[in-house]
Structure formats: C-alpha cells, structure tokens
Design a protein around this ligand. Structure first.
Ligand SMILES: Nc1ncnc2c1ncn2[C@@H]1O[C@H](COP(=O)(O)OP(=O)(O)OP(=O)(O)O)[C@@H](O)[C@H]1O
Ligand SMILES: O=P(O)(O)OC[C@H]1O[C@](O)(CO)[C@@H](O)[C@@H]1O
Ligand SMILES: [Mg+2]
Length: 325
C-alpha cells in the first residue's frame, strides 16, 4: 500500500451534476485513511494561484444533492503551457501535497496526464462531463442528469409541436460529440438526430419530413441537433429547411442541461468513483482515470484516453432512426 498523507482535489472544464458528490466521495474516503485533503478552487486556474482550502468531513455535508461544484470550475488556457504545469507542481510540493485528483472532461484529464508525465506528481482522474465523450468509460458523472433535463424540456416542446403541427429543431449541448444528442433523441422519440460525427444531407431530411407530412404521418416532429463546432449551426439548418418549404421552430436548451440536482444514478456513480479513486491511489495506481466498463469500475491509463477517441456507436443512431418510423 502506497504511503500518502496529503492530497488535493479540483473540478475543471464545464461543470456537471454530480461533481459535488464526487468531491464528497474523495474527501470522506481520504479522511477515513487519515489523509489530509485540500480543495482547490476554480480548477487549474486556482491551482496556479495557490488558491485552496483544507476540507473536513463537514465541508462536504449537504452537497450530495446539489448541482454544480462548490469548489467552482474553470477553463484555464495557461495550463497548456508546460512552464505553468511546472509551476503547479511547485505549488503542490510547497504544500506537501503528494497527489492530485482531477474531476473533469477529456481536456481536464489531458492536463492531468501531462502534469504527472512532466513533473512526477501522481494524478487520478474522474470523468466529470455531461458530454460522455471520454474514451475508456461508458458513463460520465452528469450525463444521466443532463439527458433527463433535456428530455423533460423536449417532452414539453413535443406537446406544443403536436398541437400546432410544427417541426422543432431542438439544440442540445455537445460541441464535438453527439452522445448526449443521440441518447436524448432516442429517449424523446425524435424524428431526426443530427450529430457532429456524421454529416447529413439537409435536402434529404427536408424531403423525408415533407413526405411524411403529406402522407399524414408526420404533421409535427422533433429534430435533435447537437450544437457542434460551427457557430449558429441550428439556425443554418433551419434556414436550409426553409428553402425546402418547411418552417421549423428553434429551441436551444443551452446551459439548463449542465445545472440542476444530480439524478440518483449520477449521485451513486460519483460517490463510488470518488471513493474508488482514493482506493486506487493508495493501491499504488496513478496516471489513470477511474471509469465504468460493462457496469464495473475500471482503471483506464490516461495515456489511452488521450490517444484514442471514443466513437459514437453507429448502431445506436441506426436504431434511433428505425424506431421513429
Ligand atoms: N491539451 C491540454 N494540455 C493541458 N491542459 C489542458 C489540455 N486540454 C485541456 N486542458 C485543461 O483542462 C481545461 C478544461 O478542458 P476543456 O475545456 O477541454 O473541458 P473538459 O475538461 O473536456 O470538460 P467539458 O468538455 O465537459 O467542458 C482547459 O481549460 C485546460 O486548463
Ligand atoms: O459553458 P461553456 O464554457 O460555453 O461550454 C460549453 C460546452 O461545454 C459542454 O457543456 C461540456 O461541459 C459542452 O457540451 C459545450 O459545448
Ligand atoms: Mg471535453
């Protein structure tokens, strides 16, 4: 068993529901082994500013049910610079912090890996993102909640779309990945799902929608669109559909998908991964992420996570499109 007396934890990248439960899992497990825990504010930004607090068991009371992250989160462009990562390691050494736990998305875990690789500070990652786009884990903290938040909104949109016989383009989050859009689309019974991983022919989509409208089988419909990387993508799609005689309304769900009380699923996932992260650290592991594969907790080398991209299952999209017919 590895001897560790002091660790730090931070949340980074976009916040996700369940991050608080993960911090709680880390803190309470570490304290049970007599390990001191520092909570770093605002992700890598706070680390570079030496901005942290000592956490007690009481510090994480009454947070398991809260969305967001009480440690705050940030995107920190400076952390791309190796000199800044060296500075971060110096700050951790000065405080006698022997390991760092990073809760965040693929970007945050890339930063964590580079920190260990370049400075030798042991790091353990926890997958915290609503995007569910991290290689090696089938689930991420916050994905389930975000999916259900989006679904709640789409079910409401469906009622009014149906009453007024309208088509709606509903934009969900996912700049580079369509996991959220695909799952939300299936669960909402969407007529179409558009994701960044696959390009589509808008003329074909318009024809399909117009044909089913004429046939009396689709006077209204929901098209789920992942936001993608292109500015105003959904407006552009709406404009193209207009050229083909449709008049879709747009609803952009935006940041409501990132907030709110974590679902029971996300609370359990986050609590378990928080606890397991400390267990793995004490067992001598580092430069890994704790994740889930086939329903079991697994460790994934951070190197693999950076090297490989998690692919969207084309079968899932196929099923989605078959089911709405
Ligand atoms: N290649 C990298 N090298 C060093 N640090 C990185 C790298 N990529 C990301 N980071 C650090 O992680 C932070 C968060 O990354 P990013 O904005 O990609 O979000 P994320 O962790 O993937 O979460 P999400 O996608 O859910 O918002 C960045 O602002 C930066 O500080
Ligand atoms: O709130 P920000 O920084 O604009 O980030 C938005 C991005 O973050 C995510 O919500 C993931 O955290 C993506 O789905 C989205 O593209
Ligand atoms: Mg990311």
């Amino acid at each position: 068993m590895r001897e560790i007396t002091s660790v730090a934890v931070l949340t980074s990248g976009g916040d996700s529901p369940g991050m608080n439960a993960a911090i709680r899992g880390v803190v309470r497990t570490a304290l049970s082994y007599g390990i001191t825990v520092f909570g770093i504010h605002r992700g890598f930004t706070g680390l570079l500013q030496n901005d942290m607090e000592l956490l007690s068991s009481a510090s994480v009371s009454n947070i398991v049910q809260r969305g967001g992250t009480f440690l705050k989160s940030a995107r920190c462009p400076e952390f791309h610079d190796p000199a800044c990562r060296k500075q971060a390691a110096k700050i951790l050494h000065t405080r006698n912090i022997e390991a760092l736990l990073v809760i965040g998305g693929d970007g945050s875990l890339t930063g964590a890996h580079l920190l260990e690789e370049e400075t030798g500070i042991p790091v353990i990652g926890l997958p915290g993102t609503i995007d569910n786009d991290i290689f090696g884990t089938e689930d991420t903290i916050g994905f389930d909640t975000a999916m259900n938040t989006a679904l709640d909104a789409i079910d409401r949109i469906r009622d009014t779309a149906d009453s007024h016989e309208r088509h709606f383009l509903v934009e969900v989050m996912g700049r580079n990945s369509g996991f959220l859009a695909t799952h939300v689309g299936i669960a909402a019974g969407a007529e179409m799902i558009l994701v960044p991983e696959y390009s589509v022919n808008i003329a074909e989509i318009a024809l399909q929608l117009a044909t089913s409208r004429k046939a009396g089988t689709g006077s209204s419909g929901i098209i789920v669109v992942a936001e993608g990387n292109e500015p105003d993508l959904t407006s552009k799609i709406a404009h193209e559909l207009q050229q083909h005689g449709l008049a879709p309304h747009i609803s952009i769900l935006g940041h409501i998908q990132r907030g709110g009380r974590p679902s029971g699923h996300d609370r359990v996932l986050a609590s378990c991964l928080g606890a397991v992260a400390i267990e793995y650290l004490l067992a001598g592991y580092s430069d890994i992420m704790v994740g889930v594969s086939n329903g079991e907790v697994v460790d994934i080398p951070l190197d693999d996570l950076i090297r490989y991209r998690k692919g969207l299952d084309p079968e899932l999209l196929k099923i989605a499109l078959q089911l709405h017919k």
